[in-house]
Design a binder for this molecule. Structure first.
Ligand SMILES: [Zn+2]
Length: 155
């Protein structure tokens, strides 16, 4: 079973393939696009292992969820801000240590398609106005990096 570093390297190779295909696909390349392409491919290639309790992605996810909820509580209820610390600790522990089945739903093709669609929504949300071809490429990049993880796990 490849570790997260191997998965990132595979994801970046997928990104390299996409970057090389951009001219043939009629997609203008820029430094910004190349950097975001590499980021999406790297992030996507390690995301499926969020179902492992000691994965890097699980730790990042737990921290992001706990910090968002704790931060939102402190922001909207400044009089009792200290409860935010309890929410943070509780949510972090829960998100980090809740038992999940490894290679369960996050290691399926339908989930890969859903994840890629969500990645496109994030892209479209941040990039206004956006070109349809760019959104389609974003979907293809996320789906191929995700699928490369599933493929690598099967060896
Ligand atoms: Zn995996």
């Amino acid at each position: 079973m490849p570790d997260w570093k191997t998965h990132i390297v595979i994801g970046l190779l997928v990104a390299l393939g996409w970057a090389a295909a951009f001219p043939a696909l009629g997609i203008a390349s820029s430094l910004e696009k190349t950097a975001s392409l590499a980021f999406v491919a790297a992030f996507t290639s390690i995301f499926p292992d969020i179902d492992t309790r000691n994965s890097k992605m699980r730790g990042v996810f737990a921290l992001a969820v706990a910090a968002s909820v704790g931060g939102a509580y402190a922001y909207f209820s400044p009089a009792t801000w200290y409860y935010a610390l309890a929410y943070f600790a509780l949510l972090y522990a829960l998100a980090k240590h809740l038992p999940t089945k490894h290679r369960g739903i996050t290691h399926t093709l339908p989930f890969a398609v859903l994840f890629s669609a969500a990645a496109v929504l994030v892209y479209v949300g941040f990039k206004q106005p956006f070109a349809f071809i760019d959104a389609a490429a974003w979907f293809g990049i996320a789906l191929s990096a995700y699928s490369a993880h599933l493929l690598a796990d099967s060896f």
